[in-house]
Design a protein around this ligand. Structure first.
Ligand code: AGP
Length: 614
């Protein structure tokens, strides 16, 4: 949700900022901008839309700025004000001497804006951020010290922010600070980098300092000073980042999403290595600190997540309750944090997040931690803010996911939930040995089953083309695959903008059935098992209302041929593991529909990969 970068050192700054922003484009792509310190002034360049537009704006100005060695940059996901050039960051004060880039939301911006307007400041944008540039500039006019001005200003600001600020009168100085938003400082030789996330700096340095809330750091090419809220200097804690620079490539695929869908067999293999050796060996989760005693003392589990991770959490509930006999509640983090939530030291709280930075989930985790719950985090980013709050960690190891629509991270989260549930069941002794062995044996076969589906993707492409020109789409399922229907619908909505909804199949007759006619595609997730016959009946009900029926099934039942207009077949799999197998065709259907409609598959409109505002 917005990305910020900054650099102060001896190297030409423009490419460092643009490369950094490119790495952060997953955080938003509504607009971008940079501010460069030149010998006499601060020059600001901005563009609407993707970063490529900013590169076009900069081209004719290249000679003017190539020698500059200090600057800040921003990539925006709009919260306050439309995605226009005027609302793009960096924002300046009226004299143009101070520039600010910001990630977060200034909650009291209206009050601050009124006060600053009364003092004579003229606002040009509709953003909350512009209040920060005027506020810091007006304090600077009195105190004549940028660090001091930022310290005073942040005491007046309410909300979440990561800020990087420079002033024309302080030619070799960046001041950065944060509260409830990610920010790290990369440490180089005679240079410092600032970024919202590691990929923006890893090419330049592996040494970094994670700023904590309310600290203010002052950076010059050869000095770093970090002060806490009481303005006491503190010793910086420099960490070595466990990252290697990776060149992100589509490897010949048309989009990152398609490449990431194809990576899923290997993602599962990688996760299982070291954790599940054979069907007879126990599950190994080294960073999970739950023992017999702690599990005995638990009376419930609460899982919190957003979006795709929430759907993984819903399947997690199903399998943990089934394997471990512990009651599990699942809730969207954004709902969880604004009510009286009852958790205590007898509750295990599981946070699920690809990015490990999602603001709602992070806040929920912090609230539960304060109430004494054991915090277990399932994340693709073991270096994230959520992972740093964790008592136990399950790293999902899906590798970097570039496409905004989550695919491989979802399959990785599901795989991790199975491992965790089996791990707890082994400790608690709640599963028969034969069931454990059979399930583990089937898990080891999952990568091959996904490969079989991918080998027949043309059939799914045909299905996608047949139904691409529809306004609405309904997915139905029951039991463990109800979240599969929700996730299938979310994937389609995100990248094709078709109004897709997932329903528990049994709920269709309680209202949604009114929408059915000969124009409406209804996709039934019809996996063999406890609810197969029930979904079949619900599909009959939809067929009777002339809906265009599609089956996603592992059944070879001949009677399906009369009922469904299109059948997508997947390999045989036990019902308990079917959500992993069933999801692959649904990802492909969403992908092929969006691709056929010519949509921006990897960067769909209005979205960002990491949502760091509540
Ligand atoms: C998935 O395709 C999404 N774009 C989105 O719903 C995402 O899952 C959600 O924002 C949660 O993100 P997280 O997993 O990084 O916490």
């Amino acid at each position: 949700m917005c990305g910020i970068v900054g650099y102060v050192g001896k190297k030409p700054v423009v490419d460092i900022l643009l490369d950094g922003l490119e790495q952060l484009e997953y955080r938003g792509y509504d607009s971008s901008g940079i501010a460069i310190k030149t010998a006499t002034s601060i020059d600001v360049y901005k563009a609407e839309g993707k970063l490529a537009n900013l590169r076009d704006v900069l081209r004719p100005n290249a000679d003017k700025i190539t020698q500059s060695t200090m600057g800040i940059g921003h990539i925006r996901w709009a919260t306050h004000g439309a995605p226009t050039v005027l609302n793009a960051h960096p924002h300046t004060c009226n004299c143009g001497n101070l520039v600010v880039v910001h990630n977060g939301i200034i909650e009291n911006y209206k009050e601050l804006r009124s006060e600053l307007e009364a003092e004579g400041c003229t606002f040009r944008s509709q953003t909350d951020t512009e209040t920060v540039s005027h506020l810091v500039a007006s304090i600077y006019a009195e105190v004549k010290d940028l660090t001091k001005a930022v310290q005073i200003a942040t005491k007046k600001i309410e909300g979440a922010y990561a800020l990087c600020i420079m002033h024309n009168n302080e030619p070799e100085k960046l001041v950065v600070t944060k509260r409830n938003a990610p920010l790290l400082i990369g440490v180089g030789e005679g240079e410092f980098f600032v970024a919202s996330d590691v990929p923006a700096i890893i090419k330049h340095t592996k040494k970094a300092i994670y700023l904590t809330d309310n600290q203010v750091a002052t950076l010059t090419p050869n000095s770093l000073k970090i002060e806490n809220e009481k303005e006491e200097e503190i010793e910086p804690k420099v960490e070595v980042l466990p990252w290697e620079p990776v060149a992100l490539s589509k490897m010949g695929y048309k989009h990152f999403m398609l490449k990431e869908i194809h990576e899923q067999p290997d993602v599962i293999r990688n996760i299982l290595v070291g954790k599940l050796h054979t069907s007879n060996s126990p599950i190994v989760l080294n960073e999970v600190k739950l023992n017999k005693e702690t599990l005995k003392n638990l009376n419930r589990i609460q899982v919190i997540a957003c979006g795709t991770s929430l759907h993984a959490a819903m399947i997690g509930k199903y399998i943990i309750e089934n394997f471990c006999e512990i009651p599990v509640d699942v809730e969207a983090s954004s709902e969880y944090i604004y009510r009286k939530t009852v958790t205590d030291e007898h509750t295990l709280v599981i946070g699920v997040s690809q990015s490990g930075e999602t603001a709602d989930t992070l806040t929920a985790i912090k609230q539960s931690k304060a109430r004494g719950s054991h915090i277990l985090i399932i994340t693709n980013r073991p270096d994230s803010a959520m992972a740093r709050e964790a008592d136990s960690l399950v790293p999902v190891s899906a590798g970097i996911e570039v496409s905004v629509a989550a695919t491989k991270s979802y399959i990785a989260q599901l795989t991790s939930f199975y491992l965790l549930a089996l791990y707890m069941a082994e400790i608690k002794g709640t599963m028969a040995q034969s069931d454990l062995t059979n399930l583990k044996a089937e898990m080891l076969l999952l990568p091959q089953k996904i490969e079989q589906i991918l080998a027949h993707k043309e059939e799914i492409q045909t299905c996608a083309r047949k139904y691409a020109n529809t306004r609405d789409f309904i997915y139905i399922a029951r039991g463990i695959n109800y979240p599969t229907a929700l996730e299938g619908a979310l994937k389609l909505k995100e990248i094709s903008y078709i109004n897709a909804t997932g329903y528990p199949a049994g709920e269709l007759k309680h209202g949604p059935i009114a929408m059915l006619d000969e124009t409406m595609p209804v996709l039934s997730v019809l996996m063999k098992g406890s609810v197969y016959e029930k979904i079949l009946s619900n599909s009959e009900e939809a067929k009777a209302r002339n809906a265009r029926m599609i089956a996603l099934t592992n059944s070879t039942d001949a009677k399906l041929d009369d009922l469904f207009d299109f059948i997508i077949r997947v390999p045989e799999v036990t019902e308990l593991l079917s959500p992993i197998v069933a999801m692959i065709p649904l990802q492909l259907i969403a992908y092929y529909i969006a691709e056929f409609l010519g949509k921006d598959v990897d960067q769909p409109r209005n979205l960002a990969k990491s949502v760091t505002v509540e």
